[in-house]
Write a protein that binds this ligand. Sequence first.
Ligand SMILES: C[S@@+](CC[C@H](N)C(=O)[O-])C[C@H]1O[C@@H](n2cnc3c(N)ncnc32)[C@H](O)[C@@H]1O
Length: 199
Amino acid sequence: MYNPYDFYFKQAKKVWFKARSAFKLDEIQDKFHVIDKTTKYVIDIWCAPGSWLQYTISQLQKNKVKDFKLVGFDLKQVELNLPGLVTYKQDITDQEKVKELLAEQGIEKVDFIQSDMAPNTTGIKDLDAMRSVELIEQTLWMYQTLLKPNGKFVIKIFMWPGFQEFVAKLKTIYGGKSIKIFKPKSCRAESKETYIVKI
Ligand SMILES: C[S@@+](CC[C@H](N)C(=O)[O-])C[C@H]1O[C@@H](n2cnc3c(N)ncnc32)[C@H](O)[C@@H]1O
């Protein structure tokens, strides 16, 4: 049963992250080192309220990366002011606009893309499942056109119909060994969410 006062929620409050999802990215980072000393440019799609932004900026700072940049996109305004961070209130499915905004930041290719998508749910399971996969499919172009050849990504996805096909598609593009499926301990046990990591 969902408990908003569970351990990770309390931890998130205690250590200033805007949401508990930062702990999931932390577990992914511990296991796969998706952000390393070569990571300079990062995109965060679906970034509000911003706990992944906070976490990633802290890692980039820890790695002492010079002139790093993290660009976040969300339908909602993000209220965060951190060094190296730029956020846009922008629908991520508008390819041309997203490319234009990245160009504005002098970014052509990035080292890492983080994607913590959650569709606005209707409560109708099949419809929500379809919407989730559809939204993720609509961002596939980003990984294919904006990621450097050795770039990495993390995509949150729900284990709904369409999940296996999407993973298979990524494996065909990037090779089976580069694509990992990982469920962090900080995910609620009953949750269908899991993470696809390209290493
Ligand atoms: C789970 S939240 C992201 C949480 C964030 N990673 C964090 O750590 O704070 C999912 C976000 O996706 C955003 N979103 C949904 N559809 C979108 C779209 N088409 N374009 C941009 N953002 C979208 C929502 O506004 C919401 O803020």
